[in-house]
Design a protein. Structure first.
Length: 297
């Protein structure tokens, strides 16, 4: 028994080590910096309490404007991408589930392949595709006579949001799809056969068999997608550089600008903590909404 416990501890130690080094210690250190006046050049210049948080949340300073602008942009991105990444991936998984067995592996690979591509490559491809002047999409639409002038996909709103949404969905939808495919594979096929004998069609099976059996995976995908979308950085940084103006500059880019450009690590750390609080509140709210719906049933 002691030998087994020792083996178990050996397996746990690497996780605990990485958890301490790359999460707990930086988290505690970040909280400590958020209540100080901290400069990248001059270091810690003293304890300021909640002054950084007050400056971000309640003052009329540039930090308040940056935080609100970044949070608004991030929420817009979450609202635009999450439905496609959740319901779109479920739709693809349902399509794959109805393909012949020999075809499933091919299409799984096709849809998942984009997820293995780096964000740098994805951004480069979609900048080439969706440039206002000389972009592939505009050239194709102009040659077909569908449009008379180039669409400013990367220069004007709301087209910029369309470009970022399309790039993000194409890049990451395959991962969520695979989670749904695995969940669908766990459903007992006898349920489909029995319901078909009773005359149930696809929509009846979807409502009474598929959705109840994959609901845990569905809410897991929904939660992780929202968290991932809140942490968006690469696509707007590489495709639009936060423009036009600062209309696509997410909160993480605002935090980076505060730390690197304005040399204020204290306020930047406070922004990071507040961003974490927002994500936690969203996750907890979603959990209780899900739990309440289950209780009603």
């Amino acid at each position: 028994m002691k030998k087994r416990k020792g083996t178990a501890v050996l397996f746990i130690i690497p996780f605990l080590l990485f958890f301490l080094l790359f999460w707990l210690i930086p988290f505690v250190y970040g909280i400590a910096m958020s209540v100080t006046k901290y400069s990248l050049i001059q270091g810690n210049k003293g304890f300021v309490g909640f002054a950084n948080y007050i400056k971000i949340l309640f003052s009329s300073s540039m930090y308040h404007k940056s935080f609100i602008q970044g949070l608004s942009n991030t929420v817009i991105f979450v609202v635009l991408t999450t439905p496609f990444l959740v319901f779109g991936s479920l739709f693809l998984a349902l399509l794959l589930d109805r393909l012949p067995e020999r075809m499933k592996g091919i299409f799984r690979t096709i849809y998942f392949a984009s997820y293995s591509v780096s964000v740098t490559a994805v951004a480069a491809v979609f900048v080439w595709l969706m440039k206002g002047n000389g972009g592939y999409f505009n050239n194709m639409l102009l040659s077909m006579g569908i449009i008379k002038s180039p669409i400013p996909w990367m220069e004007q709103q709301p087209f910029v949001w369309v470009a970022l949404t399309v790039a993000t969905v194409w890049w990451t939808i395959g991962y969520n799809m695979m989670l749904f495919v695995n969940a669908l594979n766990e459903i007992d096929t006898n349920l489909y056969e029995a319901s078909a004998m009773d005359g149930a069609g696809f929509w009846v099976q979807l409502r009474y068999i598929i959705l109840p059996n994959i609901k845990n995976v569905f809410f897991f995908v929904l939660m992780t997608t929202i968290i991932a979308s809140f942490n968006v950085y690469g696509q707007p940084r590489l495709m639009t550089k936060g423009g036009p103006g600062e209309t696509t500059k997410p909160l993480i880019m605002m935090i980076t600008s505060t730390i690197m450009d304005r040399n204020d690590l204290g306020v930047g750390s406070a922004m990071t903590i507040l961003m974490g609080v927002v994500i936690i509140l969203c996750s907890v709210g979603q959990y209780y909404l899900t739990k309440e719906k289950d209780n009603l049933k």
